[in-house]
Design a protein around this ligand. Structure first.
Ligand code: GDD
Ligand code: MG
Length: 352
């Protein structure tokens, strides 16, 4: 069995972070996002290959995963000549595949049991099975109505407030039979949400829902990107570096350097190669990426700092996301949920 990860979007809502780092490989703690999805897919023993469907900055994604050796599963890349939309991308990536496929939107973090979804798909002899999750406001997602027997009755992408009839939305995880892909036109943009799913319903194909009430988040906005870190810090979701970790203590790589007289307040995370100098405070909900330098007496909390950035002496940084290779000057005061792009230089004494 193969899996396709849709990882070709531009990640516009996460700009400026995604100008040089495509959304599928934004760091979540110490690893690129798709590592979490690949780990989840490895729980399905039949999956022998993960295909990354790419379009935007494909090289930057290929350099993270290579042939998959570091992930424990074979990884292959399919790069579209032009963005084909979610449906077109699946057809393009599945060209020679005739066996059942698992498909993930490349930006959802979830605890769903993919084996159980595949089992339901087989039991119901479905042409397509979709995972649904309940949310408070479905308007940013694909609203999905179901029948009492679990079949999908209606799929409505990005509904208006007046069209909201239930709280279950498309979680971005599907099991699909490639024999249904002949309806997807070749070489033009085509949406799986707006065209393919509605066509299954129109034609009476067996289209089944798997409702999951576990953890689910789409990391595609700065608010959600921060939220997934909070959720992992607080134990609402556990994966990667948090599997088996003691959350009451700061999580510090053995390859980080923490000088004397530094205050670390849990929950916080400090990656390899980071260096925190004397008198600094790394407060709760702070993430310091690889090679980050925190100078003397700087004070951080609720802040995510991407690799190789530097926080100057006595700077006070509460709330932002800071991209790679930035420099926050001495005595700067950043008390906001600002999103700061790579290589930004903030002059000493800047106030934001
Ligand atoms: N290869 C490829 N080509 N991938 C694409 C393309 C494309 O043209 N367009 C989008 N993608 C990828 C994105 O990278 C992302 O991983 C996934 O497809 C979904 O696109 P988003 O842009 O994140 O869509 P969304 O979040 O607004 O809505 C989708 O996800 C929701 C759940 O998070 C829809 O599937 C909704 O129905 C769903 O509820
Ligand atoms: Mg999304």
């Amino acid at each position: 069995m193969k899996a396709i990860l849709l990882a070709g979007g531009k990640g516009t809502r996460l700009r400026p972070l995604t100008l040089h780092t495509p959304k599928p490989v934004v760091p979540i703690f110490d690893r690129a996002f798709l590592h979490y999805q690949i780990d989840q897919l490895k729980q399905v023993p039949e999956i022998d290959e993960v295909i990354l469907s790419l379009n935007y900055q494909p090289r930057r994604i290929e350099e993270v995963f290579g042939d998959g050796t570091g992930t424990g599963v074979r990884v292959r890349y399919v790069v579209e000549p032009a963005p084909l939309g979610t449906g077109g991308a699946i057809r393009y990536a599945a060209q020679d595949i005739t066996e059942t496929l698992v498909v993930f939107n490349g930006d959802v973090m979830t605890s769903v049991d993919v084996n159980a979804v595949v089992t339901l798909h087989r039991e119901r002899q479905a042409k397509a099975t979709i995972v649904l999750t309940p949310v408070d406001n479905p308007s940013a997602y694909g609203l999905v109505e179901t029948e009492s027997d679990g079949r999908v009755r209606r799929f409505l992408e990005k509904p208006d407030p007046t069209q909201i009839t239930c709280d279950t939305i498309n979680a971005g995880i599907y099991v699909l039979e490639p024999e249904t892909f002949d309806r997807i036109p070749k070489d033009v943009a085509y949406s799986i949400e707006r065209a393919y799913f509605p066509s299954l319903i129109e034609r009476g194909d067996t289209f089944v829902a798997y409702i999951d009430r576990g953890y689910w988040i789409d990391i595609g906005t700065p608010e959600k990107y921060i939220q997934v870190h909070r959720d992992m810090f607080d134990g609402r979701f556990s994966a990667g570096v948090f599997a088996g970790a003691d959350r009451a203590q700061p999580i510090v790589s053995p390859d980080a350097r923490i000088e004397d007289n530094v205050t670390l307040v849990a929950p916080c995370f400090i990656d390899a190669g980071a260096h925190v100098k004397s008198g600094a405070r790394v407060g709760p909900y702070t993430v310091l990426g690889r090679g980050v330098m925190v100078e003397e007496s700087a004070d951080l909390e609720n802040t995510i700092v991407w690799p190789n950035s530097r926080i100057g002496q006595n700077a006070v940084v509460h709330g932002p996301i800071i991209g790679r290779n930035c420099h926050v000057g001495r005595h700067a005061v950043l008390k906001s949920a600002a999103v700061i792009g790579d290589k930004t230089q903030l002059t000493d004494y800047t106030t934001l």
